[in-house]
Write a protein that binds this ligand. Structure first.
Ligand SMILES: C[S@@+](CC[C@H](N)C(=O)[O-])C[C@H]1O[C@@H](n2cnc3c(N)ncnc32)[C@H](O)[C@@H]1O
Length: 217
């Protein structure tokens, strides 16, 4: 929401947690009316309480996201909260020849193995992964899991480009905590994302920062 220029005009902020909803409402209230150059900002910010796996259907059926409107969806999950069915709905919403909704999907690899070993509700994992073979992830490295998920965005969801960007733990060394999977149909999106990512992450050796499926510039 802070990014300039303020091209994005319509936001849906989805949240289950009551305290976080209070914070989101404050965020909405305190948004500036004018941009840095003094121009009026025309924006609509909608807060949607409840489970995003459910509210997404309502957001998509109201048709306020038109087929031609460039659309981005940040799936900022901690671990296993976003169901694969939800990702599929987002990917299927825009029809050819329009570009699909661009996705930014957080894959929390840092705690993945530990979280999987204590699973009490395997059906939750089934919903997250979209099928029951998530158990095979237990024997895989973080990098291999990220590559597998990245490929699912291309092969199963039909995105033209998908890249996995490592996100490091702030304080400690080179530990990758998340991968951000960026899926897009837009030709220039991978290059733009690589630039944004290089600016955002700490300065680390080049070979560590490069995303999986690095597009050749
Ligand atoms: C990693 S945090 C990110 C929060 C926010 N995007 C930010 O940058 O501060 C994940 C958030 O998702 C919320 N959450 C978890 N499951 C959810 C669900 N099914 N639907 C909507 N929000 C959910 C949690 O309450 C938590 O606030």
């Amino acid at each position: 929401m802070k990014s300039e220029p303020k091209w994005l005009t319509h936001f849906f902020l989805c949240e289950t947690n009551r305290k976080s909803l209070v914070a989101l409402r404050k965020l909405k209230r305190t948004q500036p009316f004018h941009d840095r150059k003094g121009r009026k900002i025309y924006r609509k910010i909608e807060i949607k309480p409840g489970d995003f796996n459910i509210t997404i259907a309502e957001i998509l059926t109201t048709k306020c996201i038109t087929q031609k409107k460039p659309t981005f969806c940040l799936l900022d999950q901690r671990m296993f909260e976003c169901n694969w069915e939800t990702v599929k709905k987002l990917a299927a919403y825009k029809k050819q020849p329009n570009n699909k909704i661009e996705l930014l999907y957080f894959l929390g690899v840092g705690w993945l193995h530990r979280s999987m070993s204590g699973i009490k509700h395997p059906e939750k994992m089934d919903r997250w992964w979209g099928r029951q073979d998530w158990r095979k992830l237990k024997g895989m490295t973080h990098g291999d899991i990220a590559e597998l998920v990245r490929k699912r965005f291309e092969d199963e969801l039909g995105y033209r480009f998908a890249a996995a960007y490592p996100i490091y733990e702030r304080e400690e060394g080179n530990r990758v905590m998340y991968y951000m999977i960026h899926a897009s149909d837009h030709e220039e999106a991978p290059t733009l994302m690589v630039r944004a990512h290089h600016k955002a992450v700490r300065s680390l050796p080049k070979e560590i920062q490069e995303p999986l499926n690095f597009p050749s510039e």
